[in-house]
Design a protein around this ligand. Structure first.
Ligand code: CTP
Ligand code: MN
Ligand code: MN
Length: 501
């Protein structure tokens, strides 16, 4: 048994009396309950109980603590934690690491009971077989990532840091966090211990630090402070306006515009997209449901068929990956006869406009010409199909939920609104490029990025949403299906529902 530490000083301000009870009855015993695995509410309950019994139970770990009490923790886990608190071996007097059983027995006895072997923390078997290790390929396009994410606490945290980096135009850092998150999304089970991270690809020092913090304490201080920061909150609101990117939002933020109210009052000149984005802000920041996506699909199909009977429409983007909700709905339009897709977009848009389905639209012309562009630019992530970024006016139908929130618009007209605004992307592709367009627009964004990185680094090929070019053979590789593109790339086919990296 280790003798109790004889303490020379007792802090006068907080320490010597229990807050809930009378004066401390056992001055040589300063307790600290570890929240890890115990949980905050149980810890609060047990701490209060201890104080009522006259024990000194500290809220915060410090030099004065003599006993650390934990529940369901192994010795090495608590020692690692202690080390991170500066309470490692270098400390003047050793801290006792005890199991909760010692605490509860002491509470029952009304005094610190003798420390028996059963009260000491168990040591973890460190043999490799005890730890579930994961084998993960390093490119997201080699992995199967379903929507069934077993590590969402950690991946949400990493995604938030990625978003913050992207909002600060630190794209490199953003990608690093996205890659780390994607590795954890692909794991078949929940990571419970940092030892399981061994050998996983794409986990940089920073990401590892965040993951460790979450595994050990249930939260990351960096993530929490980012979430709370004025700048992050303001940039999220401002980039939530359709047509406003990180650069514009940052400029506005520096000019003191931190919310929509101040933006409206500022007299800033907004372009047509931003004005529409501001007008329909609430609707566009409310997720689009699958039912709404299907309703929009019907409208788009009607429009396309009215303009050209043989033309085809395919759902793409997040909904093709099986997501139950999205920020927009993405469609690809093509024609079975090469060349007949030319001119489709303006006609489709006119039809939609004439039926009153569009609140905003902007068509961008097709600027891709294989003979001119060549493979050198194929790796760019912006494709050059004829496309239309739009905002639909979706009439309320049987696919919509019955409850409509009170909106500015409704109160202005004093009639219940019978529609909502939805972002829709339309892309027209010639049939010869359709498989590439489908692969390029299905996403996820990281999956796409990783496909292009794989093509370039591992295969000396350039992949875009238009074509695949083999740099060694100096020729384009044609494909009529996504399966053929994966085969050209030497990758196992990954279906859309498993591209949720
Ligand atoms: N994309 C693109 N060029 C753009 C915009 C998007 O190639 N200018 C591609 C993206 O790479 C992505 C796909 O289109 O693979 C869908 O993008 P987006 O609608 O932004 O994302 P989703 O995955 O559909 O997610 P969400 O549900 O939020 O819409
Ligand atoms: Mn989308
Ligand atoms: Mn989109």
């Amino acid at each position: 048994m280790v003798p109790l530490k004889r303490r020379k000083t007792v802090p006068s301000d907080t320490g010597s009396t229990g807050t809930d009870g009378g004066p401390t009855r056992f001055p040589q015993v300063v307790l600290f309950l570890l929240e890890r695995k115990m949980g905050a509410s149980r810890r609060a309950f047990l701490s209060k109980l201890g104080r009522q019994k006259g024990f000194q139970v500290e809220e915060v770990f410090s030099e004065t603590v003599t006993h650390v009490i934990s529940e369901n923790n192994y010795g090495d886990e608590v020692r690692t934690w202690l080390h991170s608190q500066g309470g490692g071996p270098g400390r003047a007097a050793p801290v006792l690491l005890l199991d909760i059983s010692w605490y509860t027995e002491s509470m029952r006895a009304g005094r610190p009971v003798e420390i028996l072997d059963a009260h000491k923390l168990q040591e973890q078997q460190t043999s490799e077989t005890e730890v579930v290790l994961f084998l993960v390929s390093s490119y997201a396009c080699q992995r199967r990532t379903t929507l069934d994410n077993q590590n969402s606490t950690v991946t949400d945290a990493l995604s938030l840091l990625a978003e913050n980096a992207e909002l600060s135009e630190e794209d490199g850092r953003g990608v690093a966090f996205r890659r780390a998150a994607a590795v954890l999304k692909a794991l078949p089970a929940t990571v419970t211990d940092t030892s399981q991270l061994r050998g996983l690809p794409c986990l940089g020092e920073h990401s590892l630090r965040v993951i460790r913090e979450i595994l050990e304490n249930g939260a990351s201080s960096e993530v929490d402070s980012t979430k709370q920061s004025e700048r992050f909150k303001a940039l999220k609101v401002l980039t939530g306006i359709f047509g406003v990117g990180a650069k514009t939002a940052d400029r506005w933020f520096r000019e003191g515009i931190h919310d929509l109210h101040r933006l409206r009052a500022s007299g800033q000149t907004l372009n047509r997209a931003q004005q529409a984005g501001l007008d329909h802000y609430d609707d566009l920041n409310q997720p689009v449901s699958r039912a709404e996506a299907d309703a929009i699909g019907d409208i788009v199909r009607n429009a396309v068929v009215s303009v050209s009977a043989e033309a085809r429409v395919a759902l793409t983007g997040g909904f093709r990956r099986g997501k139950p909700a999205g920020h927009d709905v993405d469609f690809l339009v093509t024609h079975p006869e090469e060349g007949r897709e030319v001119g489709l977009m303006p006609k489709v848009v006119s039809w939609l406009e004439s039926q009153g389905f569009l609140l905003y639209q902007k068509i961008t012309r097709n600027s891709y010409l294989e003979s001119k562009d060549g493979p050198g630019r194929a790796a760019s992530n912006m494709d050059r199909f004829e496309r239309c970024f739009s905002i639909f006016k979706l009439p309320e139908g049987e696919n919509r939920g019955a409850e409509e929130p009170e909106t500015e618009n409704a109160s202005r007209t004093e009639t219940a609104r019978r529609w909502r605004a939805v972002r829709v992307d339309l892309v027209v592709s010639p049939i010869s490029q359709f498989a590439f367009a489908q692969l390029g627009w299905t996403g996820s964004k990281l999956f796409e990025r990783e496909l292009r990185r794989w093509a370039g680094h591992e295969k000396a090929m350039s992949l875009s949403s238009h074509a695949l070019y083999d740099n060694k053979q100096s020729r384009y590789l044609r494909a009529a299906s996504e399966e053929e593109i994966f085969a050209h790339l030497g990758l196992e086919f990954v279906p859309p529902s498993e591209r949720n990296a």
